[in-house]
Write a protein that binds this ligand. Structure first.
Ligand code: GLN
Length: 454
């Protein structure tokens, strides 16, 4: 049925770059075979999922939505996708995304925009952005092309698209999911996580994705908790922090309203609401847009026309010309912007003024959260400052685009688990998301608060 949904709707949504219907069928048949032998089907037995095109999938094109990787079929499987297959899941295909996960609207993809399946009331047929960078994942789950999908979140790329499409997504604590085999964007921030229809599905899928991996040096050597079995919407005895710095001037009235609704719902579920302060919040976004490009400029140095995908070899070109021609043709504009910013902030004359300062800010942000979690168990905030915006609305204005990450980036900088859950509709009938941020390793607290809101 999901294969049929993909075949019927993908032309309009452009959520999948490649469909692999036979792999989904194979997983379903494996469940039948296991049942016939009296074996358990596995935690994700037979569940067909979409795979963000940032995960290396053996023998299946993996592009990070970039021309520079077009045609690249890895010889290896990412740890996270392998874990999902081991748990019985099957792949419906590779999902569209912002190129190298850089973006908030899925408009930087080499393979074209993804269209949000939601439509504003009275908005005619104007296509809305599905959020980014996991825009193929969010659109595919929202349009029921798959029951769940993988996402990755460096500075909000699971949570913001989940909010824009009325689905649920969680970024776990940095290190929970192995980064091995995931195309690297900013290695100190990148985390994989599930995007699904509700909290329970996210808990199930995250259990399958997470776990120690010796192939990732920042992987957490901790057991994976039984998140699903311990789900509870009872918030009695829990303190929910409301960070006053997230209340920004000129904030959209619908966003304020949904935040207030969230407070009411959690209070009704038994929580105590406390005011907290995260004083360095306003520096998180500028510091992120130094650190993430710095790491990206280094990570993307490997795309040289020799090792992967595209090679541009003009007549009479030497090696240097080949590098330049390949990278000029292969990378999109946003990726080039990040490489230029990153190279600049890491350069000898500017390193201390930008990169070192940004790292100091990052430490202050972590301290803010540490102090806050002395006073509360989880933090409640909006996921994004707006509902889904129209495709084309911000694509010519990088700063406006970056500002959409303002509420998502702080938790990324501190490596904390954070989730977006659907929290009703705005005046135009578009979904809004609420964000729950937890202390390190407390995915359970985050999921439980999500369940209480849901
Ligand atoms: N929108 C942010 C960026 O462009 C976050 C992306 C992400 O989390 N991968 O960097």
């Amino acid at each position: 049925a999901f294969n049929a949904n993909v075949a019927a709707a993908n032309d309009a949504l452009n959520a999948f770059i490649v469909a692999t219907p036979e792999k989904a069928i194979e997983a379903a048949k494996a469940v039948d075979a296991k049942r016939a032998k009296g074996e358990a089907p596995g935690k994700m037995g037979g569940v067909p999922i979409g795979m963000k095109d940032l995960f290396a999938t053996k023998g299946v094109q993996t592009t990070a939505a970039s021309h520079i990787l077009e045609g690249f079929a890895p010889e290896y499987e990412s740890t996270v996708s392998q874990r999902l297959w081991d748990a019985g899941a099957g792949m419906l295909g590779k999902l569209n995304m912002d190129q190298f996960a850089m973006g908030s609207s899925n408009e930087t993809s080499h393979f074209g925009d993804v269209v949000n399946p939601w439509r504003a009331a009275g908005g005619g047929n104007a296509g809305l952005a599905p959020g980014g960078s996991s825009g193929g994942s969010s659109a595919a789950v929202a349009a029921r092309l798959c029951p769940a999908a993988t996402g990755t979140d460096t500075g909000g790329s699971i949570r913001q698209p989940a909010a824009f499409t009325g689905i649920t997504g969680i970024k776990p604590t940095y290190g929970r999911c192995s980064r091995w085999g995931i195309v690297a964007f900013a290695s100190s921030l990148d985390q994989a996580g599930p995007m699904a229809r509700d909290t329970r599905d996210c808990a199930i899928m995250l259990e399958a994705m997470a776990g120690f991996d010796p192939k990732d040096s920042t992987s957490l050597d901790m057991d994976v908790p039984a998140w699903e079995a311990n789900l509870s919407p009872d918030m009695k005895g829990k303190r929910v922090g409301i960070p006053r710095e997230y209340r920004m001037d000129g904030m959209d009235a619908d966003i304020v309203k949904s935040w207030e609704d969230g407070v009411t719902w959690l209070r009704d579920a038994g929580a105590e609401i406390v005011d907290i302060s995260l004083p360095h919040t306003k520096y998180a976004l500028p510091a992120y847009y130094i650190i993430a490009p710095a790491e990206a400029s280094s990570n993307l140095a490997r795309y040289d026309g020799v090792r992967y995908g595209l090679r541009e070899l003009p007549d009479g070109a030497n090696l240097q010309d080949m590098y330049a021609a390949t990278r000029s043709a292969g990378f999109g504009a946003e990726v080039k912007r990040r490489i230029l910013i990153g190279t600049y902030v890491l350069s000898a004359g500017f390193y201390d003024a930008y990169y070192t300062q940004a790292q100091k800010v990052r430490t202050l942000i972590s301290h803010d959260f540490r102090n806050a979690f002395a006073e509360c168990d989880v933090i409640l905030a909006p996921t994004a400052p707006s509902a889904a915006f129209a495709l084309g609305d911000k694509s010519d204005d990088p700063l406006a685009m970056y500002l959409n990450d303002v509420f998502a980036v702080p938790a990324s900088m501190a490596g904390l688990p954070a989730m977006s859950v659907p929290a009703g509709l705005n005046r135009d009938g578009l979904p809004l998301g609420l964000q729950i941020i937890g202390n390190a390793f407390d995915e359970q607290g985050v999921l439980n608060a999500g369940l209480a809101i849901e």
